[in-house]
Design a protein around this ligand. Structure first.
Ligand code: SF4
Length: 383
């Protein structure tokens, strides 16, 4: 089935048949990762109220569909914060030391529709976004190296499936830079709506499912990762980690209400122990364009900017249950993610024990040579 992407940039190709084929192949180990915004909207496809969190039922359904391991893209989001937060601090420190070659503001890079937008429309700014890969791609890269080694599975026999709120994620996992000898880090991406169809086709009674937990180690995540699914969440997660790494002190508060909300362009200044970190946030590509034009003209005062293409961020993604422009539905999904963040025992990415273990056993440290190779990327002029 082919449908039009609400971001206006891409077409949607349903890869569900490929996933079903992989699940029925006894030679393949098939693992699945679920993006943060999916759990806040999937229930709507089964008649539940918008904003009903269905994390446990979603995990349960995926296990019944036959996935060998049910993991969480939130693990990839915590990893993204480790890399992107470190990159942000590096650039900031060099800037404060007077290095005029430093490019600021740093722009977030986890939204593939946004990446494609600036590669086409603002290629002259392609050195400004963070080089950190998106959580989907970091997860895939770690799954096909670290996890595959741990499990003794050949790369070709490990299939990574993503459940995404997003149509552009299908395109992202097909980009050449995310393949090794033609084998992609993420094999297939299906949307929230496509997952709902698959659950219905399999005759699974979603409302009767028990709540189950993700598998470990790639299923562990923090509250910071959960809020990646809403506008403002990526930068709030980055601030929680960057503040503690920069000041070497614990954060006095974890909730940054000044970064939250639904206005298309927002700004806030966060006190980094005496240094005023100026942050911009935009969702929707028209709003992004306005911020980029200010960067080009030298009027931008921001040190860091978060940009997401869809209204509300991934909660309003093109692969989510249709919300027909109803802002109340988006707000309820957003509140669900903030609630899941508050419920989490660990709420800062750098405190995720399996992320700490991953660096100790495999990656060494953020921005190490290995981390650079597996978790970072580059951008292209596509005009
Ligand atoms: Fe995909 Fe939209 Fe999220 Fe961007 S904001 S990653 S296009 S769902």
């Amino acid at each position: 089935c082919v449908a039009v992407c609400p971001t206006g940039a891409l077409t949607e190709v349903d890869q569900t048949a490929h996933v079903v084929r992989a699940l029925s192949d006894p030679d393949k180990t098939v693992i699945v990762q679920t993006a943060p915004a999916v759990r806040a909207a999937l229930g709507e496809e089964f008649g539940l109220e918008p904003g009903t969190l269905v994390t446990g039922k979603m995990v349960s359904a995926l296990r019944r569909l036959g996935f060998d391991y049910v993991f969480d893209t939130d693990f990839g989001a915590d990893l993204t914060i480790m890399e992107e937060g470190t990159e942000m601090l590096n650039r900031l420190s060099r800037f404060l030391e007077g290095d005029e070659s430093v490019k600021l503001p740093i722009l977030t890079s986890c939204c593939p529709a946004w990446v494609k937008f600036f590669e086409h429309q603002f290629p002259q700014l392609k050195d400004i976004p963070s080089t950190a890969r998106s959580p989907q791609q970091m997860f895939g890269s770690i799954a096909k190296t670290y996890f595959a080694e741990k499990m003794g599975v050949e790369r070709d026999n490990l299939i990574v499936v993503s459940i995404m709120p997003c149509v552009a994620k299908k395109y992202e996992c097909g980009r050449d830079e995310f393949k090794v000898d033609g084998n992609p880090d993420v094999d297939y991406a299906i949307t929230t709506r496509e997952l709902a169809n698959l659950i219905k086709l399999a005759n699974i009674s979603f409302d009767r499912l028990p709540n189950e937990d993700f598998d470990m180690p790639l299923g562990e995540s923090t509250g910071a990762a959960v809020i990646f699914g809403t506008t403002g969440g990526v930068i709030e997660a980055a601030v929680r980690t960057a503040y503690e790494l920069y000041t070497k002190k614990p954060l006095p508060k974890l909730d940054f209400h000044e970064l939250r909300g639904m206005d298309g362009i927002r700004q806030a200044t966060i006190d980094f122990a005496g240094f005023p970190l100026k942050i911009g946030i935009a969702h929707g590509l028209g709003n992004a364009r306005r911020l980029l034009e200010k960067i080009e003209s030298g009027e931008s005062e921001f040190h860091a900017i978060e940009i997401m293409s869809c209204p509300g961020g991934c909660i309003g993604g093109g692969g989510q249950p249709y919300h027909h422009g109803n802002a109340e539905i988006l707000k309820k999904r957003q509140m669900a993610l903030y609630q899941e963040d508050s419920n989490k025992k660990i709420r800062k990415s750098h405190e995720n024990p399996f992320i700490i273990q991953l660096y100790e056993e495999f990656l060494e440290k953020p921005m190490s040579e290995k981390a650079h190779h597996l978790l970072h990327t580059k951008y292209f002029d596509r005009t």
